[in-house]
Write a protein that binds this ligand. Structure first.
Ligand SMILES: [Zn+2]
Length: 197
């Protein structure tokens, strides 16, 4: 995957929703190795957790970060085998095929990110029915890639996924937040939001 370059058929400009909540601009650096992400067709992903105030419907970012493909690969491989398998099986057990999703995306005449993130990929619940949710996007330099990403997961799905993880893996995610995310987001530790990498 590291040496893959996606062609224009897979690419669109970065939707503002995936901008850094701290700068309101596209994420510029990997939160781990700090390499520039917008140059040289670097592959990276962005995760964003959003909370919705039920009275005002106002959406607030709980945390967001960008991580390059190399760093996420290294971190992921340091998880226990059983956690890695749980992550992989979780989606297929729920009937999600990223290959099919990618094909469906490419068969659409237009690549419109909203269409793929306004409903939970697993429960189909709409953003408007949720208290919180997380967004996942995959990028190449200054473009968003449609390769099964982007997707949205609702809180119930994230809770279910996190329940299946060992204490060791949960600790690993806590360490990730503390080491690599700005202090503004350390509240995510307390709320035990699920970091995906
Ligand atoms: Zn990196």
């Amino acid at each position: 995957m590291e040496n893959i370059t996606f062609n224009d058929n897979f690419l669109t400009s970065i939707p503002p929703l995936f901008n850094s909540s701290l700068t309101n601009e596209p994420h510029e650096t990997c939160c781990v190795c700090e390499q520039n992400l917008l140059e040289n067709n670097t592959l990276y992903s962005v995760e964003k957790a959003i909370g919705i105030d039920q009275n005002t419907q106002k959406q607030t970012t709980v945390f967001d970060y960008a991580i390059c493909f190399k760093c996420s690969d290294v971190l992921r491989s340091s998880l226990s085998k059983s956690s890695q398998e749980k992550f992989m099986n979780f989606f297929s057990d729920k009937g999600v095929s990223f290959e099919k999703r990618a094909m469906d995306m490419l068969n659409n005449s237009e690549l419109r990110p909203e269409e793929w993130i306004d409903k939970c990929m697993i429960t189909n619940k709409n953003v408007t029915e949720l208290d919180s949710y997380q967004l996942y996007g995959f990028f190449q330099g200054n473009k968003m890639v449609f390769n099964g990403f982007p997707f949205m997961l609702s809180e119930t799905v994230l809770e279910e996924l996190s329940e299946g993880l060992s204490e060791e893996t949960k600790g690993f995610f806590d360490d990730f937040v503390e080491l690599y995310l700005p202090v503004d987001f350390h509240g995510a530790l307390i709320k035990r939001k699920l970091i995906f990498i």
